[in-house]
Write a protein that binds this ligand. Structure first.
Ligand SMILES: Cc1cc2c(cc1C)N(C[C@H](O)[C@H](O)[C@H](O)COP(=O)(O)O)c1[nH]c(=O)[nH]c(=O)c1N2
Length: 248
């Protein structure tokens, strides 16, 4: 029988994959004006296009925004929603929320909207026959592929979602039946934060993964930590928190 370990990547390759995952950040504020070469943009977009999709539907489009006028229009749509959003938080958190930097639309050299065309391959799709939202999740997979590839290229990516959706669609000349899944700000950066900015700002901590784990039935946890999986996850998470990256 073939040894399954033969299919694993080398230690260095695995380390690179995990480093990309653990060091990816949502970037809002450190964008440099340096242009992003088309070959680099092409690589990360092709990575997105190789994402998994339900029924191989490939429901995405990529709308590249470089025009300062269009960016400004989108920034205005953000500003309106951001002001509305502030009022939704309880008083104690409202001021903190208002001070968070949550977009880099104008400063980043490239904006990219990744969309979902829900009718791309007709009404009946393999794998989407019962749970209709699977196409939306597929476009999210494309976003994540791009985000990780971009990190490996040294490019920052920030996902902006504080928009009234019809206003965003109008700003981009997008038909109402195309769903804007992710509006991304992309560019080289002065630095990457070690931890999520919301964690650094004290907004929320990273949850212990062992607390999120159930066995066999929803809600059934391993209270006494007898499962080696629970223990391994807890140890690894502590390690990552302390050393920053995994594996060394
Ligand atoms: C669907 C979705 C939507 C948004 C985000 C993410 C995702 C997945 N995030 C980024 C989010 O705040 C960030 O991922 C977490 O705080 C964790 O930080 P890192 O991504 O690990 O740096 C995000 N960030 C931001 O500044 N403005 C935004 O509107 C959004 N919207």
């Amino acid at each position: 029988m073939e040894n399954q370990i033969d299919h694993a990547f080398s230690d260095a390759e695995r380390a690179a994959v995990y480093r990309t995952i653990f060091n990816r950040r949502d970037v809002r504020g450190q964008f440099l004006p340096d242009p992003v070469p088309d070959e680099v943009l092409a690589r990360v977009m092709l990575a997105a296009h190789h994402a998994p999709s339900v029924g191989f539907m490939q429901p995405w489009n990529f709308l590249v925004v470089r025009s300062p006028e269009v960016k400004q229009r989108v920034r205005d749509v953000f500003a309106k929603a951001h002001a509305e959003a502030a009022l939704m938080f309880p008083e104690g958190k409202r001021e903190t929320y208002s001070q968070l930097k949550l977009e880099g639309i104008v400063e980043s050299p490239i904006n990219l909207c990744i969309t979902c065309d829900r009718e791309r391959t007709g009404p009946v799709v393999v794998g989407r026959t019962h749970i209709k939202t699977m196409d939306l999740y597929s476009s999210v997979c494309a976003v994540q592929n791009l985000w990780l590839a971009a990190r490996a290229e040294g490019l920052g990516v920030g996902w902006v979602s504080i928009f009234n959706q019809p206003e965003l669609q109008a700003a981009l000349g997008m038909p109402a039946d195309i769903v804007p899944i992710a509006y991304l700000c992309i560019g080289y950066v002065s630095h990457f934060h070690e931890k999520p900015e919301l964690e650094k700002a004290g907004w929320l901590p990273r949850l212990p993964i062992a607390d999120l784990l159930y066995y066999d039935q929803w809600g059934q946890a391993d209270a006494e930590q007898k499962e080696s999986l629970t223990g391994a996850l807890a140890t690894m998470q502590d390690d990552i928190q302390q050393r920053g990256i995994f594996p060394k």
